[in-house]
Write a protein that binds this ligand. Structure first.
Ligand SMILES: Cc1ncc(C[n+]2csc(CCOP(=O)(O)OP(=O)(O)O)c2C)c(N)n1
Length: 684
């Protein structure tokens, strides 16, 4: 029995002595390494926050005292000691616990997260509510140096410093975002840390100088000049002090005893307090300490070597990789192309672009809003900026897309990786809404490739539209299709017919096109032929194809890996209505009005009928639904059993099935003939 086995809540933790706490820290690390090496997950940040988490729950009276984790990817130690030890190895798995903080999961998770930089604002809100209600508990926000670069965090600091409420903010500074942290704030924090070393070096130098009688005085003068120069380094935290905080630190965030004493001493400080602690990503596990980027989020790995377990079967290239290579190819030909990422150079593939064309790649930090407006500014000067941002994170910059790009019709390209179901990260990370929230802006062009080959052509096309253009593609590997050597420009607003069929038509977008084609093949084997259209564009839509396939009484199915509300299917319905086409029966397949949980992409796609079998099932049901023929089926069978003639059966069907329904049946081009023939017989 380990110590961890005895910790069912922080109450049990508080019964331990200091020595046992150290032991527990080791066990927690061990557990995280063991589980993440098997199932993957967030890693380095969790190993780096073990002591901090233990000290906080040891000193603060949780859950009454409120601890708000920023982003939440580093909440694994917190989960292990707040009642989720036994379910810990289900983390991020379908039906298992979440990889982030979730109020639905535990009373210790006080605020849901997944997107960065929210903790200060949320904690301040909690503190102000506490004061209004005249209650008395403590509120702590833990924010990383990466998340502190986000505008929202700075807005929170701004108000917290002004309101002067009792609020502790812990800056967990490991000098890393997912990749190396960037920007002036990061430089400032580094200055504080280096300032410490400088202070020590200065004291040492002063002592030495005092022992050199002749030159000592002169050297002192020089040192004082340097002191002026390094003023901000010597007085750490000036910036925070000037914003209205009391600043203390920087401290060693792995010194558990020290942290406990520190929090004990300061837990009731009556005002905004910023505690700066220095931690190391991957702490305690050498392979992760040595590869901090790798250690952010990992796939299963071998504990001894730290090497990621490679799959033996070769897989098609990822969309991200194809995007990255194609963008470099295009940018080498066009010096106006500049690439922007918001703290995700690796995730978006722009790291390679940065290596190939460093002067044309900008990592702006976790600052999607700024990234978009920054692109807008560049576009006014004739540059061709492309912002590579995950679909879900672009939501942060909704107003910037509108106000700083679309309304001026600036040709900024939005490359939206992780469009659709993102997988294990869950509801905060699925890229479900971009089709709905981007197509509403006049001037926007929105497209989604059916596979990795089409992504290449679309990327080329997106720089040629002359308008703000979004290009969304999913997380993961492509379909393994053949890749065209030459990049092509696609006609804007034109779709592609993948397959003909008379029973109905499927309009599919993006990575749902091939599954729709496969679904049509499944149905064809059952004798039902449906057409499939690759829409390519969510906006503008292809009026010609819509008019061709959405004839009166047609059965139209739409498929999208995105929200049904306002998404691609809605766009088709709206267009059909605008074109004045009537009597269409629609069936839309996509994400309904609910949040998609976490889990493997294929599992979630199957859950929402977004794989070939699911689409086939839904189309089959839809084509049969409301069908009078179907309802009459038992009676017709009974007539056949009684030996009724074909003519009698035909008359029976004609009397009971409305003409428009007969027209929708396979072979409906002959319906007129059938109908008139039957009418003559029936009226005799
Ligand atoms: C709005 C937003 N943009 C990007 C991300 C992706 N992301 C997750 S964690 C992270 C880095 C966070 O760095 P930091 O706050 O320093 O925490 P650490 O992991 O270093 O402890 C980023 C960029 C996100 N979660 N939210």
């Amino acid at each position: 029995m380990t110590l961890l086995d005895t910790i069912n809540s922080p109450k049990d933790l508080r019964k331990l002595d200091r020595k046992q706490l150290h032991e527990l820290a080791g066990e927690i690390r061990h557990r995280i390494i063991e589980v993440v090496s098997r199932i993957g997950g967030h890693f380095g940040g969790n190993l780096g926050i073990v002591e901090l988490t233990l000290a906080l729950h040891y000193v603060f009276n949780t859950p009454r005292d409120q601890i708000v984790f920023d982003t939440g990817h580093q909440s694994y130690p917190h989960k292990l000691i707040t009642g989720r030890r036994d379910t810990f190895d289900t983390i991020r798995m379908h039906g298992g616990i979440s990889g982030f903080c979730k109020r639905e999961e535990s009373e210790y998770d006080v605020f849901n997260a997944g997107h960065a930089s929210t903790s200060i604002s949320a904690a301040l809100g909690i503190a102000v509510a506490r004061d209004i209600k005249d209650e008395n508990y403590r509120v702590v926000a833990i924010i990383g140096d990466g998340a502190l670069s986000g505008g929202l965090a700075l807005e929170g600091l701004n108000q917290a410093g002004h309101l002067k409420r009792k609020l502790m903010i812990i800056l967990n500074d490991n000098d890393m975002s997912i990749s190396t942290n960037v920007g002036a704030m990061s430089g400032y924090l580094n200055g504080i840390i280096k300032g410490q070393a400088y202070n020590q070096a200065k004291d040492l130098a002063k002592g030495m100088m005092d022992r050199i009688p002749l030159v000592g005085g002169k050297l002192h003068g020089m040192a004082s000049d340097m002191e002026q120069l390094f003023k901000h380094m010597i007085v750490p935290g000036t910036l925070f002090e000037e914003l209205g905080f009391k600043y203390i630190g920087p401290y060693d965030g792995h010194d558990l005893d020290f942290l406990i004493d520190l929090f004990e001493k300061n837990k009731d400080y009556n005002g905004p307090l910023l505690v700066h602690v220095i931690t190391k990503k991957g702490k305690g596990y050498t392979p992760a300490e040595n590869r901090p980027i790798w250690s952010h989020g990992v796939s299963p790995f071998d504990i001894d070597s730290g090497d990621v377990v490679k799959s033996t079967k070769s897989s098609p290239p990822s969309y991200t990789a194809v995007f990255s290579e194609t963008l470099i190819e295009l940018a080498k030909r066009d010096p106006k192309i500049v690439a922007i990422t918001a703290a995700m150079p690796d995730g978006t593939g722009l790291d390679k672009f940065g290596k190939a064309l460093p002067e044309r790649m900008f990592d702006v930090g976790i600052a999607e809003e700024h990234a978009v407006t920054f692109c807008g500014g560049m576009a006014t000067q004739g540059m061709k900026p492309i912002a590579a941002i995950y679909s879900t994170f672009l939501q942060r910059a909704f107003d910037q897309v509108f106000h700083d790009v679309a309304i001026m019709d600036l040709p900024v390209v939005f490359a939206l990786d992780r469009g659709g179901i993102a997988g294990a990260d869950g509801p905060t990370h699925h890229g479900i809404y971009d089709m709905a929230y981007l197509r509403i802006f006049p001037n926007m062009i929105c497209m989604a490739p059916k596979d990795e080959n089409e992504l290449r052509h679309m990327l080329k096309t997106s720089f040629e539209t002359g308008h703000p253009t979004s290009l969304r593609y999913p997380r993961g590997n492509g379909f393994g299709v053949a890749m065209d050597a030459e990049l092509q420009s696609l006609p804007v607003g034109k779709g592609e017919v993948m397959r003909e069929g008379e029973a109905g038509v499927i309009f599919a977008i993006g990575n749902e096109v091939w599954p729709a084609v496969q679904a049509a093949e499944i149905l064809a084997k059952e004798g039902v032929e449906v057409a499939v259209v690759n829409a390519r564009f969510i906006k503008p839509l292809d009026d010609e194809l819509i008019t061709r396939y959405c004839r009166p009484f047609a059965r139209v199915i739409t498929v999208e890996e995105g929200s049904l509300a306002g998404g691609f299917g809605s766009a088709i319905m709206e267009r059909v209505q605008q074109l004045g086409i009537r009597d269409i029966q629609f069936h839309r397949i996509g994400i309904p009005d609910e949040y998609v949980h976490h889990g493997a992409q294929d599992v979630l796609r199957a859950q929402y009928d977004l794989d070939a079998n699911g689409i086939a099932k839904r189309v089959r049901e839809f084509l049969r639904s409301g069908s009078k023929t179907e309802e009459l089926d038992p009676e017709v069978r009974a007539m056949i059993a009684r030996g009724a003639t074909e003519g009698e059966i035909a008359q029976f069907i004609f009397r009971n099935v409305p003409e428009e329904e007969l027209r929708k049946l396979p072979g409906s081009d002959r319906v007129d003939e059938v109908v008139y023939g039957l009418r003559r017989t029936a009226t005799k």
